[in-house]
Design a binder for this molecule. Structure first.
Ligand code: DCP
Ligand code: MG
Length: 359
């Protein structure tokens, strides 16, 4: 049996490390990249020094300041992160063209047949980490395994500056001992639900049949069933371009207070705006998703005349959409915001049309 050689690379505290690299007075300091604590700013990421105090991504900057009074807030510089992202991708291309970027700071690489004939995925991961260190003065963590799922978990295993290899014979026992919240698609709410059924580790998940899991967790249940057995044949897809950018949150407790929902909506819009900026994209259609306590889902959309990536505009528009939703006295379990009709997507479609017209 032959196995694929998959590497997942993820930069360490990406935005924060770039800021510490470029501004030496921030080195070794607790910093947060993101919005200001005076307004309703959110932390995009924190340096490892700040993480010791419990500061993390998506936390309000206000809370971060409470946890770590000496923390230094730094405004994001998306253009620079984008440049670094291009540079790391150039490094990856020395070894393979089968690269699937997931965001500015992480990507899957299929090095089953690497360009330089090195043969060892571990050696390639070492060389990539070294190049990132020497050429960009930044650190990355790498996971090496036989599929995307385990490679991604592996890269997170010894962060920062880690390299973890999960070989073919180790995949199944590794997944059996993995805490359930580490599984792809298991957020805080699903994890809580799993635990209520006695599922704490991969091995507990394995005790359930596929039908049971689908019954309990819907379509994702079938996915969990395969994942925990190491069955992940998803190819590394270099052509994947996202058609939309979004964020959603399932609440720990269902919310019925409209004011609270407005605040949650604002956080989501800030997240979506940050993600659009990180990808250097804007969109024309906003979609609001509401899942009620009885699991009924509704979506509402609006399109604008111009492209936007502005958090404030997204928030105001999504508030208008939310105001028109009939709640039928039900509490809300999940809110989601996404932006589609992205600019370069439409541009590329247009250019195709233009080519056709030329012919
Ligand atoms: N990011 C963000 N909002 C979030 C999460 C992340 O804006 N809720 C941004 C900032 C991060 C970058 O994306 O620097 C990469 O995200 P990661 O999840 O990889 O986090 P980091 O690279 O910051 O830290 P880690 O060392 O844990 O990978
Ligand atoms: Mg990262």
């Amino acid at each position: 049996m032959t196995f694929r050689k998959i590497i997942h690379i993820d930069m360490d505290s990406f935005y924060a490390s770039v800021e510490q690299r470029d501004f030496p007075h921030l080195k070794g300091k607790a910093i947060a990249v993101g919005g200001s604590p005076d307004g309703r700013g959110v932390v995009a990421t924190a340096s490892y020094e700040a993480r010791k105090f419990g500061v993390k991504s998506a936390m309000s900057s206000h809370k971060a300041l409470q946890l770590c009074p000496d923390i230094i807030f730094v405004k994001p510089r998306f253009e620079i992160y984008k440049e670094v992202s291009v540079a790391i991708r150039d490094i990856f291309h020395r070894y393979t063209d089968l690269i699937e970027p997931l965001s500015l700071d992480e990507a899957y690489l299929d090095v089953t047949l690497d360009k330089l004939g090195i043969g060892s995925a571990i050696e390639i991961a070492k060389q990539i980490k070294l190049a990132i260190k020497e050429e960009l003065n930044l650190t990355a963590s790498a996971g090496v395994s036989i599929n995307k799922f385990t490679a991604k978990i592996a890269s997170d295993y010894h962060k920062p500056d880690g390299l973890t290899f999960i070989g073919p014979s180790k995949v199944v026992p590794f997944l059996a001992s993995l805490p359930i919240e580490k599984f792809f698609g298991v957020g805080k709410v699903t994890a809580k639900r799993m635990k209520s059924f006695g599922i704490h580790y991969g091995r507990d998940l394995k005790m359930h049949s596929k039908d049971q899991l689908i019954h309990l967790f819907g379509k994702s249940g079938g996915f969990f069933y395969e994942m925990v057995r190491g069955n992940d044949n998803r190819p590394v897809n270099p052509n994947r371009i996202s058609k939309s950018v979004g964020a959603e949150d399932t609440f720990e407790q269902d919310i019925s207070d409209r004011m609270l929902l407005n605040v949650e909506l604002q956080k989501l819009c800030e997240k979506v705006s940050d993600r659009l900026k990180a990808k250097n994209r804007s969109g024309r259609t906003l979609t609001l998703k509401v899942k009620f306590e009885d699991f009924i889902v509704i979506t509402r959309s609006v399109s604008f005349l111009t492209y936007t990536q502005d958090a404030q505009q997204l928030w105001l528009e999504s508030l208008t959409l939310l105001e028109k939703v009939d709640f039928n006295q039900k509490a809300v379990r999940l809110l989601g915001v996404s932006v589609s009709n992205l600019d370069d997507q439409e541009k590329s479609t247009n250019s195709k049309e233009n080519q056709l017209r030329l012919f």
